[in-house]
Design a protein around this ligand. Structure first.
Ligand code: PMP
Length: 425
C-alpha cells in the first residue's frame, strides 16, 4: 500500500487526494459492493458514478458490443447520439430539448457559462460559496472549496452568495437566498461587468443538501430572469433520478432552468457528460462558437449512457431512491435520539446524512468527530464521506440499487461506531 502511495506521488504529483487516513486499494466492484486487493469486501455508500451499480452487466455489455462494432470521433453521422439525446430530452420539460455531449461535467459547465455570455453579452456569474462545479480555467472560479491561485485573471467576473443551510439559516421559501442573489447581481452591474447567469446545484449537494420545500428556488429564478440573466442548474450530482421524487432535481425546485448540465452517473463510469438547453440558446451558442468535442457523444459513450437510462427505468431505480431515502432518514433520526452529537438529519432521495455538532444549542460543528466516524466506518468495511458548509455532515450517496438490507448494515455499523467514538474536538 505505501508503495502505491509513493508511486502515486512520484508519478502523478503532490496533492492528488485519496479518501481516508488509510486509503483503500480497490480492485473489483459489483452492484453496491467493492473488493480490495486483499479480498476484503466493502459496502459502497458513497459512489454516485456507478449509478446503476458497479460493473452493471447491461452497461458493460453495451460498451463492449459497441466497442467491437465502431468507435470514432463525432463528425460522422451516427444514430447512437441521436437516439440517446431523443431519449434523454424526453425526461425534460419543454423547451429543454437540445443537447451537447461532452466528456466531463466541467466541460459541460464551461459551455453553460459561455452560453450565458452568448445570450446576454455579459460575463458576470453568481454561484454559491461552498460548492464545486469543476476544473476548467473558467469553471474553477466558481468553486470556493478549491479557490484557484492561477486562473487567467477571470476571477473578477464571479460573485459568491451564501449557500443555503436549513439547519442554521431560516429561509423556508428561498426569499432570503433570492435577495442575496439580487445583491450579487447589483454588484456585478455596478462594477460594469453585468450579469449573465446564476449557477447552482438544485439540491446544494456539495453544501450539505439542506432541507428545502418544493419550489424553494423559484424566487431566485425570478430575480435572475428579471435581471435578464439565465439560470443554469448543475445536475452533475443531483440528476438521473437520484432525488427520488423526480428524475431531475430542478423539477422538485419548481423551476425550468435555461441550461441543465450533467455528468458523473451518466455513463456509469464511462466518461460521458453534457448539457440540455432550449433551441434559442443552442442556436446562439452554436453560431457564436463552432463547438466540437472529439470524444463527447461518441458511439461507445452513447451506448453506455443509453444503457444507464434503460436500467434506471427497468429496475425502477427512481422509486427505489424515494423509498430508501425516506427509510434512511427514519433510521438516522432514531440514531439522533440516541446520540446527542447528531444535530440534524437530512435526506433527498438516495442522498442522506447527519450533521454532527459538539453542542445542540450552539450547533458548533464536530468536524474532527465526523472525520473519525468516516475513517472508523471505512475500517469496518463501509465507505462513505463527509462534507458540507461546515465539513461536519456525513454524506451518504450510494449507487441507486442500494436496498434495505444494505441500509440495515450501514445503520447497524454506524450505531456501533458511534457508540465507541469519543465526542471531542
Ligand atoms: N459539478 C458538480 C456538482 C460536481 O460535483 C462535479 C464533480 N465533483 C463537477 C461538476 C465536475 O465534474 P467532472 O469531474 O466530471 O468534470
Amino acid at each position: 500500500m505505501s508503495d502505491l502511495i509513493a508511486r502515486r506521488r512520484n508519478l502523478l504529483g503532490p496533492n492528488v487526494s485519496t479518501f481516508y487516513d488509510d486509503p483503500v486499494h480497490i480492485v473489483r466492484g459489483e452492484g453496491v459492493w467493492l473488493w480490495d486487493a486483499d479480498g476484503r469486501r466493502y459496502l459502497d455508500c458513497y459512489n454516485n458514478v456507478p449509478h446503476v451499480g458497479h460493473c452493471n452487466p447491461r452497461v458493460v455489455d453495451a460498451i463492449c458490443t459497441q466497442a467491437r462494432t465502431l468507435n470514432t470521433h463525432t463528425r460522422y453521422l451516427h444514430e447512437g447520439i441521436l437516439d440517446y439525446v431523443a431519449r434523454l430530452t424526453a425526461t425534460f420539460e419543454d423547451p429543454l430539448k437540445t443537447a451537447i455531449l461532452t466528456c466531463t461535467g466541467s466541460e459541460a459547465n464551461d459551455i453553460a457559462l459561455r452560453m450565458a455570455e452568448a445570450m446576454t453579452g455579459k460575463r458576470g456569474i453568481v454561484a454559491t460559496d461552498a460548492t464545486y462545479h469543476g476544473n476548467t480555467t473558467l469553471v474553477s472560479h466558481l468553486s470556493r472549496s478549491n479557490v484557484p491561485e492561477v486562473g487567467f485573471g477571470l476571477g473578477e467576473n464571479f460573485r459568491h452568495v451564501e449557500a443555503p443551510d436549513s439547519y442554521r439559516i431560516d429561509d423556508p421559501d428561498g426569499q432570503r437566498f433570492a435577495e442575496k442573489v439580487q445583491q450579487a447581481i447589483d454588484d456585478l452591474e455596478g462594477a460594469d461587468i453585468g450579469f449573465a447567469a446564476l449557477i447552482v446545484c438544485p439540491l446544494f449537494l456539495n453544501e450539505g443538501f439542506p432541507d428545502q420545500r418544493e419550489g424553494w428556488l423559484r424566487p431566485a429564478a425570478e430575480v435572475v430572469r428579471r435581471a435578464g440573466g439565465i439560470l443554469i442548474c448543475d445536475e452533475v450530482q443531483s440528476g438521473f433520478a437520484r432525488c427520488g421524487h423526480h428524475f431531475w432535481a430542478h423539477q422538485k425546485q419548481g423551476v425550468v432552468p435555461d441550461v441543465v448540465t450533467m455528468g458523473k452517473p451518466m455513463g456509469n463510469g464511462h466518461p460521458v457528460a453534457g448539457l440540455v438547453t432550449n433551441a434559442e440558446i443552442m442556436e446562439r451558442f452554436r453560431n457564436s462558437f463552432r463547438y466540437f468535442n472529439t470524444f463527447g457523444g461518441n458511439p461507445v459513450s452513447c451506448a453506455a449512457a443509453m444503457a444507464v437510462l434503460e436500467e434506471i427505468e427497468e429496475k425502477h431505480l427512481q422509486a427505489n431512491a424515494l423509498r430508501i431515502g425516506i427509510l434512511a432518514k427514519e433510521r438516522l433520526a432514531a440514531l439522533a435520539r440516541k446520540y446527542e452529537v447528531i444535530g440534524d438529519v437530512r435526506q433527498s432521495g438516495m442522498v442522506f446524512g447527519a450533521e454532527f455538532v459538539l453542542d445542540r444549542a450552539t450547533k458548533e460543528p464536530a468536524i474532527a468527530y465526523a472525520d473519525r466516524v468516516v475513517n472508523a466506518m471505512r475500517d469496518r468495511g463501509i465507505l462513505l464521506s463527509k462534507l458540507g458548509r461546515h465539513k461536519n455532515t456525513l454524506k451518504i450517496r450510494p449507487p441507486m440499487p442500494f436496498a434495505e438490507e444494505h441500509l440495515d448494515l450501514l445503520i447497524e455499523t454506524l450505531d456501533d461506531v458511534m457508540a465507541t467514538t469519543e465526542v471531542r474536538r
